[in-house]
Design a binder for this molecule. Structure first.
Ligand code: UFG
Length: 337
């Protein structure tokens, strides 16, 4: 039986595809390549280039392959962009996912692992955040992910579609063997932006706000290695097939690092000068986001292999150093031919 991975050419998707293949799983990728990179997926993985709104193509994918589960990453994922262009977020993340779920139900596929986010919580009332805490998104991105979590809940009741929603905190790092990594255009995430500054591609890193109610005044986040996220997807699917029970899990390390601490870590790892410039707060940034991942540890036996932020940055730096222009014009990436 095969696993269909939507958005399998994106950052977290491609690392999950690589991980699943290393576990011996049969994988099929579906991606519209709007943000993803064809080079991030091994050539021998069946690849369908298409959009989630294309029902005929989805039906073809399901009828041509023996698919028993879907891991659904394909989505827009920038908080700021979702505020300025909510329609495209509702179109891609809600309408696209709705169509995927519809075609799954029609084609009798009953297992889905869904890529959700800490953004469903909005401004937390307490940290570490638990799955049972209030969900009150403060931006359309979080709203669209929460809408699909709710759809999956009702689809379970109505059609027996079983789902696991994984709420990621701050995904970071890269394949420890350096085969694939993070390449967004435009880039908005903290660690890759700092590393681009280390490479001289940016003159400095802007620190968005130094007047938060935290020890050094900058925002605190819970950074989780992309390969640990990949492992959690594998475990979530195993559990889903074993128990036939739906669930929701936070994925983070349970430790917070401030923006200034991350910049210092990047300075230590790269040995380069990285200039930091104080800038105004970015709209919608909560001061502190830290996950309780106890539930994933207890129920999925998930233990992050790379919890050390230094190691997370090392893996990201290894990728950036060897691929200063990301996947651009590189052809097949070594190791993924
Ligand atoms: N930051 C800067 N300067 C930059 C970029 C970021 O100071 O140039 C700061 C941000 O203000 C924030 C922290 O670094 O305090 C992390 O910012 P990111 O943009 O890397 O990540 P976010 O925490 O904003 O968002 C990430 C994902 C979202 C997800 C969220 C859930 O990108 O998709 O985590 O926690 F919803």
């Amino acid at each position: 039986m095969a696993i269909l991975v939507t958005g399998g050419a994106g950052y977290i998707g491609s690392h999950t595809v690589l991980y699943l293949r290393e576990k011996g799983e049969e994988v099929i990728v579906f991606d519209n390549l709007q943000k993803g990179h064809r080079e991030a997926v091994m050539n021998d993985v069946p690849f369908y280039e298409g959009d989630l709104h294309d029902s005929a193509l989805l039906d073809t994918v399901f009828s041509e392959n023996n698919i028993d589960a879907v891991i659904h990453f394909a989505a827009n994922s920038l908080v700021g962009e979702s505020v300025t262009d909510p329609i495209s977020y509702y179109q891609n993340n809600v309408s696209g996912s709705l169509n995927l779920v519809d075609r799954m139900v029609k084609n009798g596929v009953t297992n889905i692992v869904f890529s959700s986010t800490a953004a469903v919580y909005g401004e937390p009332e307490t940290v570490p955040i638990q799955e049972s805490d209030r969900t009150l998104p403060t931006n359309p991105y979080g709203e669209t992910k929460l809408a699909i979590e709710r759809l999956l809940h009702w689809a379970d009741q109505a059609y027996g579609l079983k789902s696991v929603a994984l709420r990621y905190f701050n995904a970071a790092g890269a394949d420890p063997k350096g085969r694939i990594g993070e390449d967004h255009t435009p880039e908005s995430h903290l660690i890759p932006i700092i590393l681009e500054s280390a490479l001289g591609k940016r003159p400095y890193i802007s620190v968005f706000g130094e007047d938060y109610d935290t020890e050094d005044g900058t925002c605190i986040r819970d950074y989780i290695h992309v390969m640990d996220l990949a492992d959690a997807h594998y475990r979530a699917l195993e559990k889903l097939k074993r128990t036939n029970e739906s669930g929701v899990y936070n994925l983070g390390n349970g430790k917070g690092f401030s923006v200034k601490q991350v910049i210092d870590t990047c300075r230590a790892v790269t040995g380069r000068t990285i200039e930091a410039v104080t800038s105004p707060r970015r709209a919608g940034d909560p001061a502190i986001l830290i996950a309780s991942s106890q539930k994933a540890k207890d129920e999925l036996d998930w233990i992050p292999k790379y919890p050390d932020v230094h190691e997370i940055v090392e893996h990201a730096w290894n990728w950036h150093l060897n691929h200063p222009n990301g996947y651009a014009k590189e052809g097949s990436v070594d190791g993924l031919k």
